[in-house]
Design a protein around this ligand. Structure first.
Ligand code: FAD
Ligand code: SF4
Ligand code: SF4
Length: 458
């Protein structure tokens, strides 16, 4: 260990931009065994590991880095999977620069340990070697849990609850399992087979999926509460934040990404294609980056991203902005949409003022300073808000926060007994790693709840 003094930081190879824009395949390769061990050995085995403190799952990073450095990959996988249901997914799509790697103590001066890439290598090796198996329970408890939502929060909770011996039923309005991991995040960041591989393991463990089942429409929350000993709401947040410009014809980001993802999965759904179009994407987060990079791959004539602040104040991951730039996306900083004209967007120039509470600077319009850009397809990626669940579920007693997310106590229980909530619908739009963390925590709370109650389900 401690090899950071003589071993340079290195990441697995990334496909060249000119090649990767021609398809939707993942852009990062996997470490080889030597590269993995070499990079893991750069860790200085800190007594107080800041990487672990800043990982939402509190992964035992120094231990699995040491095991990986020693080539003890099976043990490394056991340690890493003890705190994370889907480490191969987090290794691919966590914004490591803001979490574990961004807080690695050797980051300043030497470059952080490449934790995410090592985590991905350990887990991919575990899959290749057959060490990843379905989490079969030792004994059935006779309790039944209903989970609304097959995103990472619902799936992590299902995995944990099934291992405890409960019957687990997941209801999802979509026709596929994975939530935003399947229909939001594009293949070039997270290939669908990685999510489907986990779905298979959950099915093998006995988790039952009820797809195309929209709670509040084809099935009621009341029926689920009557049929299960406890119910978890893990429905995520999907309402696109509105663009406050009159008469705009912009398309919400998720409509665009779902269409592209469905096409990639082989569906013949009516696709919204950017091919040959001058595309303008409004927003500066990771969803905006996914849209611009999807448009490039669909063969757009040009792709421009409008963001009202500057690069330093972008909410998205710096890596993703860099990837987009390499792939030919043009960024117009300090620019906000002002008006829509036939095949053109009129853009308002902005300037930055004082710093907000969150550390970012405010953007204000420079009066009279506008310009126009050509646009055949405009996409908005301004963030997501929760749907009005008490109305949708016909359950006015369900208490929400002022932001519309579901209010829960420290055990993730809502205002109604036996009804729990976790993931984005509680945190607001967040990250997969946080959804996994809450899925694990809510599963522990549900387990305690149902084991302390009389068996209800038939
Ligand atoms: P979701 O993943 O949203 O899953 C909720 C599920 O509930 C869905 O399957 C939905 O169909 C179902 N559902 C909703 N309502 C109902 C209903 N009434 N009845 C039945 N089912 C219902 N995070 C990262 O960490 N890294 C990234 O790179 C990243 N990229 C992203 C890119 C995009 C475009 C988007 C939109 C998000 C991205 N995120 C990323 C965020 C991440 O995907 C979410 O934080 C995470 O998926 C939330 O998990 P969840 O389980 O709470 O909800
Ligand atoms: Fe880093 Fe995410 Fe893995 Fe935690 S789960 S160690 S934050 S990549
Ligand atoms: Fe290793 Fe960096 Fe974590 Fe320290 S902070 S234990 S050097 S990965």
């Amino acid at each position: 260990m401690l090899r950071f003094v003589d071993t340079e930081q290195d990441y697995p190879a990334q496909r060249a931009a000119a090649e990767r824009v021609r398809d939707f395949k993942e852009i990062n390769a996997l470490f080889g065994p030597e590269g993995d061990a070499e990079q893991a050995a750069r860790c200085s085995q800190c007594g107080i590991p800041f990487c672990q403190i800043h990982c939402p799952l509190q992964n035992n990073i120094p231990d699995w880095l040491r095991l990986a450095a020693e080539g003890r990959l099976r043990e490394a996988y056991e340690v890493s999977s003890a705190t994370n249901n889907f480490p191969e997914i987090c290794g691919r799509i966590c914004p490591q620069d803001r979490l574990c790697e961004g807080n690695c103590v050797i980051e300043n001066g030497f470059g952080s340990v490449t934790i995410g890439a090592v985590e991905k290598y350990i887990t991919e090796t575990a899959f290749a070697e057959g060490w990843v198996v379905a989490g079969q329970p030792k004994q059935e408890t006779g309790r039944s849990i209903g989970i609304i939502g097959a995103g990472p929060a619902g799936l992590a909770a299902a995995d944990m609850l099934r291992r405890k011996g409960h019957a687990v039923h997941i209801y999802d309005r979509y026709d596929r399992v994975g939530g935003l991991m399947i229909y939001g995040i594009p293949n070039f960041k997270l290939d669908k087979h990685v999510v489907q591989r986990r779905e298979k393991l959950l099915r093998d463990a006995g988790v039952q999926f009820h797809l195309c089942a929209q709670v509040g429409d084809t099935i009621t929350l009341e029926a689920l509460r009557l049929g299960h000993d406890a119910v978890l709401i893990a429905t995520g947040v999907y309402k696109a934040r509105a663009l406050e410009v009159a008469n705009h014809n912009a398309l919400p980001a998720l409509d665009y990404l779902i269409s592209s993802n469905k096409q990639g999965l082989g569906d013949d759904a009516p696709a919204i294609s950017a091919e040959g179009k001058r595309v303008v994407v409004i927003g500066g987060g990771d969803t905006a980056m996914d849209c611009v990079r999807t448009a490039v791959r669909q063969g757009a004539a040009s792709v421009t991203c409008l963001y009202r602040r500057d690069r330093a104040n972008m909410p998205g991951s710096a890596h993703e902005v860099q990837n987009a730039e390499e792939e030919g996306v043009v960024f117009n900083w300090l620019s906000a949409p002002h008006a829509f004209h036939a095949a053109q967007v009129e853009v308002q120039r902005m300037r930055l003022t004082s710093t907000e509470m969150g550390g970012r600077q405010n953007a204000v319009a420079i009066p009279g300073d506008t310009y126009r850009i050509d646009a055949d397809l405009v996409i908005t990626a301004l963030g997501f808000e929760p749907e009005d669940l008490p109305t949708l579920f016909n359950t006015p007693e369900l208490v929400c926060t002022p932001h519309g997310t579901i209010a829960v106590d420290r055990n993730f229980q809502t205002a109604l007994p036996g009804l729990f909530a976790a993931g984005d619908i509680v945190r607001g739009a967040s990250l997969v790693v946080w959804a996994i963390k809450e899925g694990r925590d809510v599963a522990a709370a549900i387990h305690r709840y149902v084991m302390a109650s009389k068996v209800k389900a038939a």
